[in-house]
Design a protein around this ligand. Structure first.
Ligand SMILES: [Zn+2]
Ligand SMILES: [Zn+2]
Length: 236
């Protein structure tokens, strides 16, 4: 299975190209920001933007994970096979993703975020607003890029000490923290970058409220496909 997944296919070539493009754009943005940082005010602006980007990535990871967990099926056009299926499989086989190599883990996120980094490169870096926007785009994309890697690490047994240190410091997704999501019916703690927003979103019942709103607006009930998928896999 793993060796087939690592064979060179058009999609894998696209993923490698996406990773290279993403790294190049992030590097270019970092150099531009470095040269534009000339005052304490700009350092503060960049720090604020980096924290905002870090939290936005965690929130975005939660919303995307929730949507793919709770709506649609593997047969849903466009996103069914590439996004919904891996999330459904992950509930049945949490360690399966640890077999994915760097390209398979990170390629799709690089393809998705490279345009956001490119957008950051268009900002006017002579203003504080422009600095904030550029850094926000760069930092958010960097942490979105990190999300699948952090998630994969949370399921791995053997990890370098520095990764365990980041997990214990709650700077990236922690193992016990993520276990909360992996408790059936898998309907809490969707954020998988750092997970910092999970307690807050749970306290305000953010996702149940969203599901209630979607049900009232469209009549579509959340969680049907995931329950069916788990039942089919257990029966087979
Ligand atoms: Zn899930
Ligand atoms: Zn997981």
């Amino acid at each position: 299975m793993a060796s087939d997944a690592h064979a060179m296919t058009p999609h894998r070539a696209l993923e490698i190209g996406g990773i290279a493009t993403f790294a190049g754009l992030e590097g270019w943005l970092a150099v531009r920001l470095w040269h534009a940082t000339a005052s304490l005010e700009s350092v503060l602006t960049l720090t604020l933007a980096a924290v905002a980007g870090y939290l936005a990535a965690d929130f975005g990871s939660g919303v995307a994970h929730w949507a793919f967990d709770r709506y649609g099926t593997e047969q849903t056009p466009v996103v069914g096979q590439n996004f919904i299926k891996p999330f459904r499989e992950h509930h049945v086989d949490p360690k399966g993703m640890t077999l994915h190599d760097f390209v398979e883990t990170n390629g799709n996120n690089c393809i998705a975020t490279a345009p956001v980094v490119a957008l950051g490169l268009t900002a006017d870096l002579t203003s504080q607003h422009g600095l904030f926007a550029a850094m926000f785009c760069g930092a958010m994309s960097l942490f979105v890029f990190g999300t699948n890697q952090f998630h994969k690490w949370s399921h791995e047994d053997a990890l370098p000490a520095w990764v365990r240190g980041l997990q214990r410091a709650h700077l990236i997704l922690g193992v016990r923290h993520h276990d909360v999501h992996h408790t059936p019916p898998f309907d809490r703690y969707y954020c998988i970058t750092s997970g910092l927003l999970n307690p807050l979103l749970t306290a305000v019942r953010f996702f149940p409220r969203m599901e209630g709103l979607i049900f009232r607006l469209t009549g579509v009930r959340a969680g049907q496909g995931d329950a069916q998928y788990a039942a089919t896999r257990k029966a087979s």
